[in-house]
Structure formats: structure tokens, C-alpha cells
Design a protein around this ligand. Sequence first.
Ligand code: TRP
Length: 494
Amino acid sequence: MKKKSVGFASGIGFILAAAGSAVGLGNLWAFPYKTSANGGAAFVLMYIICVLFIGVVAMISEIFIGRRAQANPITAYKKANKNMGFFGLILIAVPFIITCYYGVLGGYTLRFAISSFSSVDASMVGSDLIAFSTNRIIPVVCTFIFISISAFIILGGVKDGIEKSSKILMPSLFVILIFLVIYCLNLGDGVVEGLKYYLYPDFSQISFRSVLVAMGQAFFSLSLGMGAMMVYGSYTGKEINILKSTAMICIFDTLVALLAGLTIFPAVFAMDLQDSRLSGIVLMFVTLPAVFSKMGFMGKIIGFLFFFMVAIAAITSVISLLEVVTQFFIQKFKISRKKAAMIPAMLCLVISIPIAYSLGDFGIAEVGGLNAFGFDFLTFLDEITNAVLMPVAAFVACITVGWVIGAKKATEEIEADGTTKLGWFKPIFQIMVCYITPLFILIVEIMGIYTSVKANPNYWWIVGFAYGLIALCAIVYFAFLKNKNTGTNADEID
Ligand code: TRP
């Protein structure tokens, strides 16, 4: 048997794949409406502060932890401290959960890309979403297709699957986005109102809850607080400049998020649909289709391009999530990439079925049905991961680099690759990773949970489940994984 070197072939390949992970539904859909609902440019400012003070530091930390271990997150954390290995297990469990609900939404984007060609009366698009989402078969089929495409890319391996597809898909996405921005900004009447709605700064909106929203959004959008960046980092070597790559990923991700709002709101206002609901699932799958259908023939093309772009973004994000689980399966159970990709993909499919039903009946059609403490399953899982587990995981990543490995040793190790020069950023990084970033996360997390629980006492269930999952990971780790070999990248054999 010949050993095959797993890993990215080039620096730009890594950056595009990581950017592909980062750019997803979080940018194209969640960011615009969260911005408009939380104070416009004031929110953008908070968001950028979160990216600079937390995102950059956490991303460098995660990529570094992965790269120095050249292994899955469990082995990577073990390398820092054997007892910390269980955090690695959380980083593998959570992407698995996210894949299950992200896949449902990914299926929706495929369906709406295709249906943008059929004509639906603008007044009917709401019932179109209800009919689709409450259907027992079609959403499941769409999810199946979506996850299968992602699994298929992963089967090709890191270099020939993930890297190659990102090199095609990410530039295509950007070209489509630029085209859509130009088109939508030239729709005439309403464009300026749309921009005002999106960006008009309202500083009175800033509260702990909105800072938590900005921070959670930054984590989710940058794919942080989860295995993704650690795993992609593990596939890189000394030739990759961690600082420059991180800067590029963060800039690109933020740019795409900002641009997405420049297509959505001008189009909504130009088509006179500003009185519709402009947030959540309704914005994406009711209001926007209505906007496109009011554009006449051009709307079919614009609508298709829009949803096609969202589908691309969602696919490159899901492959990064599935790869986390796949990598662990390959390395822990010493099985082929084929098997390791198919098993989690199939499990996710099964779990996604109740999520799809709950979203349709309980979340969208509001006719009751499967729910958890008054949340549809998607919202429930989304809150568990975004509001609790991701900040915790990012906190741990910073503490690991700052204190367990040691900030000084870590920066020396980072620069020892001969490529990364931290320069003036070095002392800043050391202070941030030890104190500022973890403290910032902690404060926002505690205050955010406090305000969420006050607003809805059922939120305790979300917090409880999240910490229950952490406890479960700890039990499994200490019982079954701590003293066992958990593998490295070298275990992937051709
Ligand atoms: N960043 C993606 C988005 O904005 C979602 C995502 C993909 C993600 N991989 C991740 C989030 C890993 C957290 C961790 O939609």
C-alpha cells in the first residue's frame, strides 16, 4: 500500500476552501436581515469589531491547533493536553448536528433555484412555501440531493474534491454576486430606501442581546468554534502563511455578507414589497421569490442566479462540516474515505427528516407538529450550536493557545514555519488570545444567555441541552477515547 499525502496542494486552494466554508447561508441570508433588524450600520460596526477582536484571533488559533497536530480535532487537543481531548469530540459532534439542519435549508435552496423558472403569482408565493415545506417527500428528496452532492465532493478527497471544487465554485459565486449587486442597485425607485433600511445607523438598538447576535453571527459566518477551520488547518503545511490567510478569509467573508444586503434590500424596495416580512425564512423563501416574480422575465434569470449562488455557498459550507466528521471516521476507525464519508452523510439524512417536518409544520405552516419546548427543531439546534456551543468552543481554542500551549510558545511556533511573519501583530495577538478575546466571549455569552432566558424561559432548555451535550462528550471521551489512539492525517491511506 502506498501512502498518499493528504492536504491542500496550494495556499490559494486552502484560502478558497476555507472561504468556501465561511461563506454560506450565514452571509447571504442571515447577515442582511440581522443587520437591518439590529441597527443597520451600527450593527455592521459591532460585527466588524467582533471579527477583528474575536474572529481573527480565534481563527488563527484554530488553524494553528490543527496545523501543528496534522490530525483530527481530538488528537489535536490531546497534543496540547491529554485531558482536553474531549473538546475535540465536541468539535466533531457539533458539525454533525449542524449538517443535519443546514442540509434541510440547502435542500430548500436547490428547490427554489429550480422553481424560479416556473411562474408563480407574486401573491401566491407564501402558499408555495407552505405547500413545499409541509410536503412529506419533496423537502426530504431535496435534502437528500443536497447532502449527496456534498458527500460526493468529499469522496474526491481534500485536494481533488474539496480544493478543486472550491477553486471553481468560489470565483463563480463571487462573479454572480457582483452581477446581482450591479443589477439590483440599478433598479431605480426604491433602491435608496432599500439601502437606508439596510444600513441606516441606529445606535439606540445596541444592547447585550444585539452584541451577542453580532458575535454569534461572526462565529457562525467565519465557521469558528467548531472543527471546520481546525480540520482545514490540519491539511496545511509550513508553506501557508496563517496570518495572511486568516486576513483574506475574514475580509472576503465580511465583504460577501455586506454585498448580499446590497442585492436583497434594494430589490425588495424597488419591487415595492417592503411591507412583507423581511427576516428569517420568510425573507428568503417568500419575499425574495415574490420580488423576482415581479421583475417579469428578467426575474426568472435573476431569481435562478440568486438561489444558485446561495446553493453553491451552502454546498461549500456543508462540505467543510461533513469533512470534520469524515476525517475523524477515517482516522479513528481506519476506514476508507468512501465509507467514512458515506456513513455520516447517511446518518445526517435520517436525522434531517424530522427536522424538515418540524420546520414545515411547526416552524413555517404553524399548524403544530414536532417541536422542542416551543421551538421548531431547526431553531432549537441552531440556538444550541450558535448561542452556546460555538462561543464555548472558541473560548477553549483561545485558552488552549494562550495558556495551555502558551502565547509566547505559540507565536514562536507559528513563525517557525518560516512563512508567517506576525510582526507588530505579535504582541497584540499574545494579549488578545490570553485576555481580551476570551473575556469578551465570556461576558457576551453570560449576558446574552441571561437576556435570552429572561425573554423566553424555555431558553433554559437550550442551555441545558448544550451543556448536556458537552457532558456527554466528556463521558464518551474519558471512557472510550482518552487512552486510545485517535489517529492522524497520516492514517489516510490510498
Ligand atoms: N460559515 C457558514 C455560513 O456562514 C456555516 C458553516 C460552515 C459553519 N461550516 C461551519 C459554521 C463550521 C460553524 C462551523 O453559513
